[in-house]
Write a protein that binds this ligand. Sequence first.
Ligand code: IPT
Length: 948
Amino acid sequence: MKHRPWIKAALVAGNLACAAAASASAAAAAPAPTAHRIGFDKYSFQIDGKRVYLWSGEVHPYRLPSPGLWPDIFQKMKAAGFNTASIYFSWGYHSPREGQYDFSGVRDLDRLLDDARDAGIYVIARPGPYINAEVDSGGFPLWLTEKPVKNRSPDPAYLKLADQWMTQIDRILARHQLSDGRGTVIAYQVENEYYNGSPAGRAYMQHLEDKARADGITVPLVGNHNATFVSGKGAVEVSGWDYYPQGFDCSHPSQWKPAPDMAEHRFAGEPLFTAEFQGGAFDPWGGPGYARCAQLISDRFANVFYKQNIAAGATAQNFYMLFGGTSWGWQAIPQNYTSYDYGAAITESRQFDPKYYEDKRIGYFLHAATPITKTDAMAPGRLDNPRLVDRARINPDTGTQFHLVHQGDSTASAVEQTHLALSLKEGAFEVPQQAGTAITVDGREGKLLVADAMLGATRMVYSTSELMTDATIGDRDIAVLYGRRGTDGETLLGFAARPKVTVLSGQVTQHWGKNGLRLDYRHDGLARVLVEGGPRPLLLLLGDDQATERVWRQDTPRGPVLLLGSHLLRSARYDGSTLALTGDGDSDAHAELFAAGAAAVRWNGQPLAVARTASDGLALTLPVPQPVVLPALDHWTRRAGAPEIARGFDDAKWRVANLTTTRSVTRPGTLPVLFADDYGFHTGNTWYRGHFTVDARHAAPTGLRLKVMSGGNGGAYSVWLNGHFLGSVTRNDVGSFGFPAGMIVPGDNVVSVLTVDMGHEEDYDSTGENRTARGIVSAEPLGADARAITWRLQGAIADEDPQRGPYNFGGLYGERQGWPLHPGPAADWQPATLPSADATPGVTWYRASVPLDLPRGQDTSLGLQIKDAPGRHYRATIFVNGWQMGNYIADLGPQHRFPIPDGVIDPHGNNDITIAVWKTDASPGGLGTVSLVDFGSYTSPVDVDTVR
Ligand code: IPT
C-alpha cells in the first residue's frame, strides 16, 4: 500500500466551479479557503469523493512573456471543455545566477496560478528540476553549465543545487493547492521522463518526493516515467505515460502511424493517465514548418486517438502541447527555432486550430457524460462491416454504455458504413433501425456513441449521433447531438406515453413505437426539436460538426449557460437577473442564448438588446470587429555593429582565455580552453579575438584551422583577419582559413571570430549534455604553435536586464551596449531602406519606431514577418521593445513570421523594433522586407498591460 498522506488532508465538499465562481466575484472579500480531498482509484481521480475526468492541456508560462495574456489562454482552454492545465516550471527561467531567484513580472507564478484558478482550471504542476521541454538545457539554469555535478542523480553536489530550486518553487506551489482550498493545483509531477530505476535513480526520486512533502506539498505525486516508478522506492502515487504516436517529423503529414492501446499501460489501483499524449510536434531548423505539424496532429488525429484513449479507459488525458507559445530570447534548444507553436490546438498567436474544436467536442462530452468516469470494458457490439471495430465500456452503477465505432486500421482513410448491434435495457437493437440508413464512419474518424443514458431527465436509449453536451436550463433540458455534415442520425428516447414533438427548425421525422420516440434526421446545420411529455421538456439541438464550433457552454452557480454563436464565450456570471457574459466576437454577429432567469444580458460590460426566439432562447446581436489597418514599416535607420572586427578595437577588458581544464563534457581540441560557458558566456553570440605578434622572432601563421560548436543545424561562425573577411562556416563545425600574406602587418595581428550558441543541449539521458561545449573547441594556427595566438573573448553580459532575464541578450556589441533598449543618439543611426542591398559581411543593426493605434475593445494578435529573395545569407535577431522575440536564418528557415504577444508589443502606443543582422557572406543582400502581420482580430475583453 502506498503512502497517501493527502487522503487525510481535508474534509469539506466543494468543486472547481465553486472556486471559479468565488474568485470571479473577486470584488467580494476573499472567501475563507475550503479544503478539498483529492483521491483516486482504478477508475479516476476524485475530488471530495466526486469523480472527475481530467481533460488537460500543456502550457508553459515561460513561453508567453505577457502575464496579461495568461487568463486568455486559460479561458480559451476552459471554453473548450478543458478543466486542467499541465504546467512545466523552468528552473533556469527563474534563476539567473546560483542562489538568485526571480518570481516577479513575467515570472510571477502566483499570478499564473491565480489566473488558472480564476478560469476554473486545475493544475498538474511539473517543476522538474529537469523538464526537457525543448527548452535550453532542459530547464536547467545556464549557470549549471559551470557545475560539473552529476545531473539528475543523488550526487550531493547536484541535490544541493536542485534543492535550492525545489525550495523556491515548492513554496509557491504549496500556496495554491486544491487540498487546502487556496488554489487549484491538483497534482505534482516529480522529475520528468526519468527511467532510471537503479538504486541510485530511486534514491534521487525518493529525495525529490521527500523534499516536496517536507516543503508542504500535499497533493498526489504523479509521474510520466512510464512503468519505472510504479512501485518500490521512489514510486509516485499515480504513474502516467508519455505517448507521441506520430513522432516528430511533420514532413509527411498525411502518413499516419497506428494508434496505441493505452489499456496495456494501466497500473493496478490507479486511473489510466496519459501524462503527455501527442498534441502536436516540435519542428527543427530547416523543417517543414508548424502548419505541417498541425496537419499531422490534426483534428482527425484528436478525433481518432483521443477517443481511443477514452475507449481504453483513460480518465486523465493531458495533451502536449495545447498552447505551445514562443521560445523567446535564447530559450530554444539547438534543434528548434523560436516558434514553439507545436501545431497545437491554440496556435502560437492564440488563434484556434481546427483541433481546438475537436478537443472541445470531446471535452464537452466528457463533462456532460459523467458516467464515463467509472467504466469497465464490456463486450463490443456486433458490426456488419468487417473493416470497422467497436470498443465498448459500461458504467457498472448506471449501466450507461459507450461504444467507440472506429476503423480497425486506425490509419485507414476510406468512408465506411455499418450497423451496430446493441444489447440495452429495452432489449436488443440493430442501429440505426431506419431502413436505408447506416452509421457512417469517415476515414480517420471514431464515433463515440452513448446508450442507456440520461439526457437530463429524459432517457436516451441510444443515438447514432455523438453527444456534445446536455444541460438543465430553467425548467427544461437542452442537449446537443452531432455528426459529420450529410451523415444520417437516429436517436431513440424512452417515454412511457407519446410525447409532443415540435420541430422548430430543420428536417426531423418522428416514429412512435413500443420503445419510445425515434427521431430520424440528417446532420446538416442545426436542427431544433422540442420534446414535451417527460419529466422535463427536452430541447434537442441536432448539429453538424461545423455547427458545434459555435456552441459554447459556461457553468455558473445558478446553472449552465449555452450560447450558440460568437467566436468565443469566456465567462458567464449572474448579477441579479442580469447575465454578464464575456467573450470574443467575429464578423458573424448572430447569437442565441439559453440561460435561466436572465432578464438582461451584458456582453463585455455593454448591455445587449434581447428578443425571444422560437426555441425560447434569447436572440443577441454581438458587436463586430473594426477592420485593422497596420502601418507599413518603411522608416528604418541602421548602424554598424561589429567594431570587434577592426584590428585596433580595444579588447583590454575582455576575458583572457587562460583555463586549462573545463567543466564541459566536451574535450578541448587545443589549449587553453576556449568554451564560452567556461568563461560565463551562456547565450547567443560570443566574440573571440586572437592576437599574434609578427616581428623578427615570430613568423606569421599561414592560416587557422577552427572547430566551433554552435549546436544544431543553425550554427554559424565568421572569421576576420585584421578587419579582412576570411569567410564563414554554416551547418558545420570545422573550417580552415588561409592568411593572405598581404593582410599580415608587423606587430599585433588580430583574428576576430564571431560565434553563436544556439542553445544548450537537454540532458535526457542524465549524462551532462547541457555541458556540451559552445564556442571555439579548437584553434590551430597553421605553420605555428597553438600558443602563438593569445585569445580573449566577450559574450553576453549577465544580469544586463533582470526584467527580461537571463535568456534575452547575447553578446553582440549592440547588445552589450543595450541598443534594443537604449539606442543612443539618433545621429548615430543612418537612414536605411529595406530590402538591404548591403554586401558587407558582419553585423548591422536596424531600427524602426512604429506608433500603433489599433481598434479598442478588440484583441488583435500581431507579429513581424521577414521576407527575402532567395540566396541571401544572413541571420537576424529580432527585438520588440527590448524583448528578443525571434531568431531568423534566411538561408535555413522555416520561420518567417514571429508572433509578438500583446504586452510586449503595444497596440495603442509606440513600439521600437530593433533587428541585429549578421551577414555571413559578401554577396549583396542583407535584411529583407520586414512587415507587421495580423493573425486575427476579435472584439474582446482582453486588454493587456505592457510588460515594459
Ligand atoms: C517528452 C518530454 O517529456 C517533453 O518535455 C517534451 O520534450 C516532449 O517529449 C517532446 O516535445 S519525451 C518523449 C518524446 C520521449
